[in-house]
Each structure stands twice: as structure tokens, then as C-alpha cells.
Design a protein around this ligand. Structure first.
Ligand code: 13P
Length: 256
């Protein structure tokens, strides 16, 4: 399986011109990648213009940072799965902690996951605890986010699922904003994988990529994938700097 590296631009940059320039630099930098699937998750607004510069052969895919679960109709301000798909989006991030902080519940996350997977796009389900709890190996909140988020979803749809472990305290703009260590990531993601085995069986679960996110940059990326044994990374701040992000992609590309 190729490693997946997702650039979550959040609410950046400020203009379409800057967005296009950043995407184009990354597109050129990603050309030679063989072992890595690079993904850009820009604000909705920039998706159509970036989509135009990505050909079918491009090594870069487009993701959305959110979605609405209804198919269409009177939902002011919302965007549906079909609209995203028609704009070239292949993956959708669901349940990011910054959305959960605005009131998104596991129930809402579940509806969004159903919409993404039902439209044959890939869903990136984000899970993670707010604070480091030394005494518990696997915080209950992560178990709930997995089970409640993935409840009543057909097993066959899990092949398009990606799970991202993003401890909130490790996000560069939140809490202490310091990266987790690869040993801890290895332990937690092993439990996440085991939980997924229990839910859908080993065969289906082994196809689900598990990523890490939280203060990842070009300097530490390699250690997370190698020693943390994750299948990829979800990158915030460092993905807004083309040079850093391309450097990060190349570091991961080197890992066999
Ligand atoms: P940082 O890489 O800035 O810590 O952000 C992580 C994140 O929230 C990606 O979704």
C-alpha cells in the first residue's frame, strides 16, 4: 500500500492566487513520487481551480475538509458528496477535532461518513484525545469516536476508509502543540487497528490505512512513518510551505 500524506490547509491561504501557486509547486514536487500518495485538502472555494491543474496522471489528489450528509435541497451553506465528487474530490476529511470543537458529534460524523463512503469516495475519519492520559493505554474517547462514528456502515464500504489518529494536544496550533513520540503512536495505532479488526474482521481491517497527525514536519515525518509504523500522515501547518511539504513527501518516499 502506498503511504498517504494529506495536506490539511484548514482556512488558508487567503487568496485563490496563493492557493493555486502552492498547489502547483506541490504538484511539480510530487511528480517523481512512487511510494507516496500526496493529497491536498484546500478550503472548498479553491477546489475547482486546483482541480484544473491536476491531470489524471498527476500524483496529487484532492480532498475536502468537510461535507454535508444530505443529497441536495434547502441546506444553506452546505456542500454534498455528489457536488464534491463532481469537482474532482477523491477523499473527504471527517470529524477533525477543530470541527468537533464547533459542535460536531459522533452522530453527525457517522452521517457524514455514510455520505462519503456511499458516494464511493474515501473518508478520513479523525480520532484523538484532548489530553495525554498516561494511566490509560487507550482513551475511551477514541474508542467511542471509532465505534459511534462507524456504526451501521456496511462492511464492504470500509475498504474506502482511512483513520487518522490526531491527538488534539499535539496539533501545532492547539494546547502545547508538540508532536507525539513514535513509540506512543505505535502503541495507540496498534490498538486502533485491533479495534478495527474486531469490528470488520482482519481481512477488511488490514486494508484500512491508519495515519498520524499533529505537528508533523519535514524533520520528524520519517520517524513517525518508520518507527510509529503508520501508513501515512495528516499535516497542517507544514503543508502551507511548499518547500517543507515537498521535503516531507520525499522523506517518506525514501522509506521502504
Ligand atoms: P499541525 O500539523 O499544524 O499540527 O496540524 C495537524 C492537523 O490538525 C492536521 O489535520
Amino acid at each position: 500500500m502506498k503511504k498517504i500524506i494529506i495536506a490539511n490547509w484548514k482556512m488558508n491561504p487567503q487568496t485563490a492566487r496563493q492557493a493555486l501557486q502552492l498547489a502547483d509547486e506541490v504538484r511539480r514536487g510530487a511528480k517523481s513520487l512512487k511510494n507516496v500518495e500526496a493529497v491536498l485538502a484546500p478550503p472548498f472555494l479553491y477546489i475547482p481551480i486546483i482541480s484544473k491543474i491536476l491531470s489524471g496522471k498527476s500524483n496529487l489528489r484532492l480532498a475536502a475538509q468537510d461535507i454535508f450528509w444530505e443529497k441536495g435541497g434547502a441546506y444553506t451553506g452546505e456542500i454534498s458528496a455528489d457536488q464534491l465528487k463532481a469537482s474532482g474530490v477523491k477523499l473527504v476529511i471527517v470529524g477533525h477535532s477543530e470541527r468537533r470543537a464547533l459542535g460536531e458529534t459522533n452522530e453527525i460524523v457517522n452521517k457524514k461518513l455514510k455520505a462519503v463512503l456511499g458516494a464511493s469516495m474515501r473518508a478520513v475519519l479523525c480520532v484523538g484525545e484532548a489530553e495525554r492520559q498516561k494511566e490509560v493505554a487507550f482513551p475511551k474517547i477514541i474508542r467511542d469516536e471509532l465505534h459511534e462514528g462507524l456504526t451501521r456502515i456496511k462492511k464492504s464500504l470500509f475498504r474506502n476508509l482511512v483513520v487518522a489518529y490526531e491527538p488534539i494536544w499535539a496539533i501545532s496550533t492547539a494546547g502545547r502543540g508538540r508532536a507525539d513520540n513514535p513509540q506512543n503512536i505505535y502503541e495507540i495505532t496498534t490498538i486502533i487497528r485491533r479495534e478495527l479488526y474486531r469490528m470488520v474482521g482482519k481481512r477488511t481491517a488490514s486494508k484500512i490505512s491508519v495515519l498520524y497527525g499533529g505537528s508533523v514536519d519535514d524533520k520528524n515525518a520519517r520517524a513517525f512513518v518508520k518507527d510509529g509504523a503508520v501508513d501515512g500522515l495528516l499535516v497542517g501547518g507544514a503543508s502551507l510551505d511548499a518547500k517543507k511539504f515537498i521535503g516531507l513527501l520525499k522523506e517518506v518516499e525514501k522509506i521502504q
